[in-house]
Design a protein around this ligand. Structure first.
Ligand SMILES: *Cc1c(COP(=O)(O)O)cnc(C)c1O
Length: 401
């Protein structure tokens, strides 16, 4: 019990969650991180900020998102009652808008006039471009050239929203390289620029800020169960890329050991995965000490998942801490199974899920046999799947060939 309380109070003053986290960054970035941290601690307690954030979440992003009882799926599978937290119904189609709005408001409070961000698949970039447009701030999004090619529609969306998409042609020309470029930009322009990180990763205070700006997901679940007079769910299930949607639903329940929390990583295909917690070991990437996919020499390995948002070789330090403290368990699901989850939810519930949470759906389809009638599961449906229909179509073609 004491252990769980402690979990609730992390990060400590130095930005650590147990032995994970910290600030492994060039000296030049420390003042910027300090400014961000003190600014954030101030606004976190400020009722006017909370009120404005709440209003934006409600009026602009469409919160609270529904907690939907999946009657057909529950009937079909015949065990625990299944509830779906509908983050796919938030504006721009995923949970990422929660964090983007919070940080853009924070940036404005800090007097910043320019927002930069990194994006892999483009979902975070779209959320940031949306929030920046809404609040009238200039916005530039770093994106690997390979991702620009693969995710063309999101590039068009960002540009329509008034953002500048900056191509990155270093390294593997994907997310990892885009993050490096964004950090470089931030070092140079920190006086007027806010770097809006998209998941619970990076140096302190980012993992804390992003977790807090996603925690309404779990708080809404709590409230919904309480107001129906039900005891809390027996299981929470979420997919894990960087870990922000999982942290958002798990954190408010972290001191409730009876609520079993399960994170689902991408096992990818043919041994190339995004499963940092299941297959990696601790090291330093993007400013934090955390579980990473690395080879025997400590070189960061290439990550892969059919879900663009799970294609990252690291994970948030708090999720690493939760693993070692035994507060959250992690499993992995491969590309092929994720597609099965995708198709199942579309056909049984009439919801086309993003490929990221399709991993969680696929896990639940197996795990459900271990649950009992009278129990309940909440699945965090982090986003909608329109963006992935092209991938599914290609998959169909290549498996027919
Ligand atoms: C980006 C994304 C993810 C992965 O990011 P987390 O930080 O792990 O939540 C998951 N689902 C969707 C729909 C996403 O867009």
């Amino acid at each position: 019990m004491a252990k769980n309380r402690e979990a609730y109070n992390y990060p400590d003053a130095r930005g650590y969650f147990g032995r994970f986290g910290g600030r492994f960054v060039p000296e030049t970035l420390i003042p910027a991180l300090d400014e961000l941290e003190s600014g954030y601690r101030k606004i976190r307690r400020d009722p006017a900020f909370r009120k404005e954030y709440q209003r934006l979440l409600h009026d602009f992003a469409g919160r609270p998102t529904p907690l939907y009882f999946a009657a057909r799926m529950t009937g079909d599978l015949g065990r625990a009652r299944i509830y779906i937290k509908r983050e796919d119904l938030a504006h721009t189609g995923a949970h990422k808008i929660n964090n983007a709005l919070g940080q853009v408001l924070l940036a404005r409070r800090l007097g910043k006039t320019r927002i930069i961000a990194e994006t892999g698949a483009g979902q975070h970039g779209v959320a940031v471009a949306t929030a920046a447009a809404f609040l009238g701030l200039a916005c530039e999004v770093y994106m690997g050239e390979e991702d620009i090619r693969r995710q063309h529609l999101n590039v068009v969306r960002m540009e329509r929203l008034g953002a500048k998409v900056v191509p990155v042609n270093s390294g593997s020309r994907t997310l990892k390289d885009a993050i490096n470029e964004a950090i470089r930009d931030w070092v140079t322009n920190v006086d007027h620029t806010h770097y809006l990180l998209g998941s619970v990763v990076g140096p302190h205070p980012y993992p804390m800020i992003v977790r807090d700006f996603q925690s309404m997901i779990g708080a809404e679940v709590k409230k919904e169960f309480s107001s129906r007079g039900n005891r809390f769910p027996d299981y929470l299930i979420a997919c894990v890329g960087g870990g922000s949607n999982a942290a958002g639903i798990f954190y408010p329940f972290i001191d409730y050991p009876r609520v079993r929390k399960i994170g689902v990583e991408a096992a990818g295909v043919r041994g190339i995965s995004g499963a940092s917690l299941c297959q990696g070991r601790p090291g330093v990437l993007h400013g934090a000490y955390t579980y990473l996919l690395q080879d025997d020499d400590g070189q960061i390995k290439e990550a892969h998942s059919i879900a663009p948002g799970l294609d990252y070789p690291g994970v948030g330090p708090e999720l690493s801490y939760w693993k070692e403290a035994g507060l959250v368990e992690y499993h992995q699901v491969g590309d092929r199974e994720a597609v099965t989850g995708f198709k199942y939810l579309a056909q049984v519930e009439g919801i086309i899920p993003a490929l990221e949470p399709s991993h969680a759906v696929a896990f639940l389809l197996k795990f459900i046999k271990k649950t009992r009638k009278g129990e309940s599961v909440v699945l965090n449906l982090s986003g909608r799947g329109d963006k992935d229909l092209g991938i599914i179509e290609n998959q169909k073609k290549s498996s027919n060939a």
